[in-house]
Structure formats: structure tokens, C-alpha cells
Write a protein that binds this ligand. Structure first.
Ligand code: PLP
Length: 389
């Protein structure tokens, strides 16, 4: 016997409900600032049924993800885990778990993401101070020392790979300075993890975060986070609770650590994905991975030079995962990116902030960091520039 729906509901009028086609996604080559294309093996790994986030098979996956993540970052930090969310969620986790209201936070700003760090730190009640460099330049240790001496911050945050400018910040000596001045060092490695050399422990980094969709060849949504014992000491000595429940590492630690107590439902299929992405990284090996990115980037620099185009960043500070190219005089940068996507299915980034309208941003990250993609891009760019003349 069938029962009917309650007649207490209002009747639903479906006459104007249109029929939606099945999902149809264009096949793009993503050569912008991210996301980059996912490795097909990562997509295949996601294509399974979810299991329970307290299932023993899942708990084993969690341990493996943590171990692989420590390898990728070259750290022994016990508290290393993926945050459920994109890189900005992991960024927020580093600040939420370290800042107590009134703490002084020094941010080194030489691009868009330094500004984001300042904004977030302020929202957690920090007294935010900053030092600045023009977009496309790096900081040196003497100006960092001077700022630490002047401000005596509790935390200093700096971006390793500035995706808005294509600069890779040299890290030698910065961790030592932060220890000398007794402040925690937060490092943004969103566009460096899985693409360029990173040695968290050797560099004396106390907290770091990244994302899945740039150098790790994975879709966005699961973001590496790590903190060392120094950072954990500050966390356990806080007077008040972490102001963000979802990102509170004292709670998340009980799920990812020994306790395995429920906190929030893990995005199970994203864990499959990031495990596969990190497994592929370990199979390739860090040095081979870094080498592949360097070779793809150098191939790009050579090709651009041959076309008479100029990179915005001096060679020694260039970031292999992302190159900023100056838009030549008289060329409409936006018309070029539009034509690349319409005619060639190729995504290229535009400039942000101080570099808006002045550069294109070419990402060669993870799965995409290959010479054949550089060749495809250069030939498409040549064609588009000729057609737009
Ligand atoms: C992309 C990016 C972020 C933010 O990550 P989302 O995944 O977009 O939230 C933070 N910092 C840097 C340097 C980035 O490139």
C-alpha cells in the first residue's frame, strides 16, 4: 500500500522547472595561478565510495597522509594534517591557533598574500605591523632583523612563494632570526609545496600551510597544515580558547592524534585524493619533482626571451611554479587571456594588485610542469599575439 504525501504542504508547481543538461566541463589546460590540472590518477582515487571517518581503514589513510605530508615538507612535526578547506583555511588555521588578542604580528608584504595575512591577523585581535617591498622583490635578513628589533613581535609571517608576483623568498637565516627574537615563524608555502625546494625543519619554520590544487596536482579542498612543538607550547599556554572552532588544533589534534574523537566529518574523498597526490610525489621523489619544475620553468624563460618578452622578476628570485611576464606595450592583456581560453582552452592568469594590467601569470605546477605544456603555451601565445595585431 502506498501512502501519499501530506496534503498539508503547498502544491509545488513544476511547470516552469527547466531541465538541466548533465554536467559538461570544458577540457582546459590550467596554466594560471591555480588551480592546476589534477593528475588523472588523483581523480581516479577520488572516484570511490566514501567510508566512515572513524572506520579503521580511514584511520590508516589518515596516518599515511600525515607521514607523506611530513616528507613533502621535510619536517618531523607530529601535528601535520590536512585542513578541510582550501589554502586560505589552512592560512587562517596558522593564525587562529597562534594569535592571542593583543599579540603583535609582523607581516612581510611584497604581494597580494601578505595583505591577506595582515587582514586575517587583524581579525584575530592581533596588533598588526608590517614591512613592505615592491611587488616582484624579496626581503633580506637585515631588514627583517631591523623590523624584529623595532617591533618585538610574537609572530612573524612571510610568504615563501608569492603567487601574485612570481617571487621565491630566500629563507636562509630567517628562522634563526625569529628564534633570536623569540617569535614564531609562519610560512606560506601554498605555491611552493611540491614544486620548489622546501625544508621546514632546517629553515626553523614553526608553522606552515599549503593547498592541494597548485603543486600537488589535486583538486582544491584539502590543505596541508603543520606546527612544531614551539608553536604547540604557545597554543597550550593560551589564556582563552582559539576563536575559530572549526580550525582549533587543540580539538583537531584529538581527531588526528591519539584520541580519534569526532570533530567534524572529514571530506573523505578529498583525503583519498591528497593521499594519492602525495603518494605520487613520494614515488617521483622530491628532488626529481623540483628538477622537473625547474626544467619546465627554464624552458619557458628561454621561449619567452626568444619571443622578445620579459619576465618581471630577476632570474635569481624567480619562482619555478609561477612566472610573471610583462605585457608588451600596446597589447591588451585581457584580450590575450580571453582568446587563449576561447580558442585554445588554455587558462592564463592576469596581474593582481600593483601588477594589475602589467603582467600575465603563467603557472607550471605539479602535473602541468612539463616542457610539452610550455611548447603548447608558447605556440598558442604566438598565434594569439599575431591575430590580435
Ligand atoms: C592560492 C594562495 C593562497 C590561498 O589559497 P586558496 O586555496 O586559494 O584558498 C594563499 N597564499 C598563496 C601564496 C597562494 O598562492
Amino acid at each position: 500500500m502506498t501512502t501519499t504525501l501530506s496534503t498539508h504542504f503547498p502544491a509545488i508547481d513544476n511547470t516552469h522547472l527547466k531541465s538541466f543538461a548533465k554536467l559538461d566541463i570544458p577540457a582546459r589546460l590550467l596554466l594560471g595561478p591555480g588551480p592546476s590540472n589534477a593528475d588523472p590518477a588523483v581523480l581516479a582515487a577520488m572516484d570511490r565510495q566514501p567510508i566512515g571517518h572513524l572506520d579503521k581503514a580511514y584511520l590508516q589513510l589518515m596516518d599515511e597522509v600525515q607521514e607523506l605530508m611530513r616528507y613533502a615538507w621535510q619536517t618531523d612535526n607530529r601535528l601535520t594534517l590536512p585542513v578541510s578547506g582550501t589554502g586560505s583555511a589552512a592560512m587562517e588555521a596558522t593564525l587562529a591557533n597562534t594569535i592571542e588578542p593583543g599579540d603583535k604580528v609582523l607581516v612581510c608584504v611584497n604581494g597580494y598574500f601578505g595583505h591577506r595575512l595582515m587582514d586575517m591577523a587583524g581579525r584575530y585581535g592581533a596588533e598588526v605591523v608590517s614591512i613592505h617591498r615592491p611587488w616582484g622583490e624579496v626581503f633580506n635578513t637585515s631588514e627583517i632583523r631591523a623590523a624584529l628589533e623595532t617591533h618585538r613581535p610574537a609572530i612573524m609571517a612571510i610568504v615563501h612563494a608569492e603567487t601574485s608576483t612570481g617571487v621565491c623568498q630566500p629563507m636562509d637565516g630567517i628562522g634563526d632570526l625569529c628564534r633570536e627574537y623569540e617569535c614564531l615563524l609562519v610560512l606560506d608555502t601554498v605555491t611552493s609545496l611540491g614544486g620548489v625546494p622546501l625544508f621546514l625543519d632546517k629553515w626553523g619554520v614553526d608553522l606552515a600551510y599549503s593547498c592541494s590544487q597548485k603543486g600537488l596536482s589535486c583538486p582544491p579542498g584539502s590543505s596541508p597544515f603543520t606546527m612544531n612543538e614551539r608553536a604547540l607550547t604557545k597554543l597550550s599556554n593560551r589564556r582563552g580558547k582559539v576563536a575559530n572552532w572549526y580550525l582549533d588544533m587543540s580539538l583537531l589534534n584529538n581527531y588526528w592524534g591519539q584520541g580519534r574523537t569526532y570533530h567534524h566529518t572529514a571530506p573523505v574523498n578529498m583525503t583519498y585524493a591528497i593521499r594519492e597526490a602525495l603518494r605520487l610525489l613520494s614515488e617521483e621523489g622530491l628532488e626529481a619533482r623540483w628538477q622537473r619544475h625547474q626544467e619546465a620553468a627554464e624552458h619557458l624563460y628561454a621561449g619567452l626571451e626568444e619571443m622578445g618578452l620579459t619576465c618581471h622578476v630577476p632570474r635569481e628570485y624567480r619562482l619555478h611554479t609561477l612566472t610573471t611576464v610583462r605585457i608588451p606595450e600596446g597589447v591588451d592583456g585581457k584580450a590575450v587571456t580571453a582568446k587563449l581560453i576561447d580558442d585554445h582552452n588554455m587558462e592564463l592568469g592576469g596581474g593582481l594588485g600593483d601588477l594589475a594590467g602589467r603582467v600575465w601569470r603563467v603557472g607550471l605546477m605539479g602535473y602541468n610542469a612539463r616542457k610539452e605544456n610550455v611548447d603548447k603555451f608558447l605556440s598558442a601565445l604566438k598565434q594569439v599575439l599575431t591575430e590580435l595585431k
